[in-house]
Design a protein. Structure first.
Length: 94
């Protein structure tokens, strides 16, 4: 199991992986919930329209998560790794 030694703090890869999984799950739950919430207002949608909404919402999630995920995966983050990990956990209540 790999880890990052950060001046007295220790971040294990499994902690980073678990945080990434939790982060994606949280955003996916929000995405699904918001689609369900507005579904009634959208009326009858064709399969193509439903796919377009699904694709758009997935793309938005990926775009929003791109920087936090890159920062968490950055092996050269050093002492910043602990700070980023804890900040992401706090911001997104993970």
């Amino acid at each position: 199991m790999a880890s990052i030694d950060t001046a007295g703090s220790h971040v294990v890869e499994s902690e980073i992986s678990a945080t990434l999984v939790s982060l994606r799950e949280r955003f996916e739950a929000v995405r699904r919930g918001e689609i369900q919430r507005v579904r009634g207002r959208l009326g009858n949608l064709s399969p193509a329209q439903e796919n377009a909404i699904d694709s758009l919402s997935h793309a938005l999630i990926e775009r929003v998560l791109q920087t936090p995920i890159a920062m968490l995966k950055n092996p050269s983050a050093g002492t910043l790794a602990v700070f980023v990990l804890e900040t992401v956990r706090r911001i997104f209540n993970l």
